[in-house]
Design a protein around this ligand. Structure first.
Ligand code: GTP
Ligand code: MG
Length: 397
């Protein structure tokens, strides 16, 4: 089975709390503050891995948690950072958020996107010593991590993709044009999952071509196998529309597929098409196609059985396939060389939380109500502890 969708939940690591500690020395009842900083929580990252072909690795496990940052300790020992998790996905994977919004597009090998960022570690009390405050009895609490529910969808990246009815000879054509060896057989729906092949020109240029399961009337509404796989045509810049030219109704066959492309949407019906009239070995005369359509950039009578017309088609592909657009990089302050796309990071918190001898202190614009409860719970507040907010001191219930 070919899996081109997966739903996952990711939770980054919470930041470690800052240490609240004082130096112990002989003869000195209480030395200076020496609590180290908490470690940063680990991130959950998607990485595009060229070796992967689909998302089947997410069948078994769908929840991923990165490591927590360790707390800071005495003698200014900083806590270790939590372990980051890297989830390998095939190139061409897109990540969508809960509202169906595109979060990330891992469109090239080694592209990396942070799905959930770990919390910052809290600062230890050693950091808060000043000339006037020599014994700070508080340390910062580690920040909570980001979490996300994400749907992964693989949309193959091919320069050109085949479209056509079952049995038209798409897989036979890919075998002729490229290094790929998809299964060929004399019955419909032989191809059950997309296959990518690399086509080489005499001067060493390369194009990737996707062979996709055959489409039938109603494919865009889910009939046959085609609908799910139409997504793999979305990123192709040229469609190779393969038609069995030995059939009597060649033009009708063209329309059937074209209608499905239009119903599917995503601009498939505007894509340039090279029409491949296959199986000409079965015809006494070369076929003609009387369709005037500005999307048709070429008509190629070929025979995958004898090889007739194949070289001409191969050469033409390099001429006809529109050049790939330059990748667009988001301007992001962190990891710019890795980022394909990333939405605005969540707003920074407008307050900070500190642990004290007796409980917690919130400085800045403290949240209220349920949000306050949630952040204190995340910080580890227990019943009976004091919570200082501005001038007020409450007892935590
Ligand atoms: N005579 C002749 N037969 C061909 C030619 N090309 C393909 N065939 C035959 O047509 C049948 C279907 O070929 P496939 O390449 O499997 O067709 P497909 O379009 O990939 O079919 P699906 O995967 O089911 O969508 C096979 O029996 C092929 O041998 C050709 O040029 N001439
Ligand atoms: Mg096939």
């Amino acid at each position: 089975m070919f899996h081109d969708r997966a739903s996952i939940e990711v939770l980054a690591g919470r930041g470690g709390d800052g240490g609240l500690s004082f130096r112990r020395e002989k003869h000195v009842p209480k030395g200076g503050p020496d609590g180290g900083d908490g470690g940063r929580g680990g991130d959950v990252i998607l990485v595009a891995d060229e070796r992967l072909r689909d998302l089947s690795s997410f069948r078994a496990k769908t929840t991923f948690k990165a490591g927590r940052g360790e707390p800071g300790r005495g003698t200014r020992k900083h806590g270790a950072d939590g372990a980051t998790i890297e989830l390998a996905v095939p190139v061409g994977t897109q990540a969508y958020g809960p509202e169906g919004e595109l979060i990330a597009d891992l469109a090239r090998p080694d592209a990396r996107v942070v799905l959930a960022r770990g919390g910052q570690g809290g600062r230890g009390n050693a950091r808060f010593a000043t000339a006037v405050r020599q014994t700070p009895r508080f340390a910062e609490v580690g920040e909570p991590p980001e979490e996300a529910e994400v749907e992964l969808r693989l949309k193959l990246l091919a320069d050109a993709a085949m479209a056509g009815l079952p049995n038209a000879g798409k897989s036979s054509l890919l075998r002729r044009l490229s290094n790929a060896k998809p299964k060929v057989a004399d019955y419909p729906f032989t191809t059950l999952a997309p296959v990518l092949g690399t086509v080489e020109s005499p001067d060493g240029a390369q194009l990737t071509v996707a062979d996709v399961p055959g489409l039938i009337e109603g494919a865009s509404e889910g009939i046959g196998l085609g609908h799910e796989f139409l997504a793999h045509l979305e990123r192709a810049r040229l469609l190779l529309h393969v038609i069995d030219a030995s059939a009597e109704d060649v033009e009708e066959r063209f329309r059937t597929i074209d209608t499905e492309l239009a119903f599917y949407g995503a601009g498939l019906d505007e894509r340039p098409q090279a029409i491949v009239l296959n199986k000409i070995d079965l015809l006494p005369e070369p076929p003609e196609l009387r369709i005037g359509d500005e999307r048709i950039v070429g008509v190629f009578p070929v025979s995958c059985a004898t090889g007739a017309g194949i070289e001409a088609l191969k050469l033409a592909l390099f001429r006809l396939c529109p050049a790939a657009p330059e990748p667009v990089f988001d301007e992001a302050p962190e990891l710019p060389e890795f980022l394909e796309y990333r939405p605005q990071p969540p707003a920074r918190r407008t307050y900070r939380i500190y642990r004290t001898d007796r409980g917690f202190r919130i400085v800045g614009e403290a949240p209220e109500g349920e949000e306050l409860e949630a952040v204190l719970k995340a910080a580890g507040a227990r019943k009976g502890q004091e919570v200082e907010i501005g001038e007020e001191t409450l007892e935590w219930q």
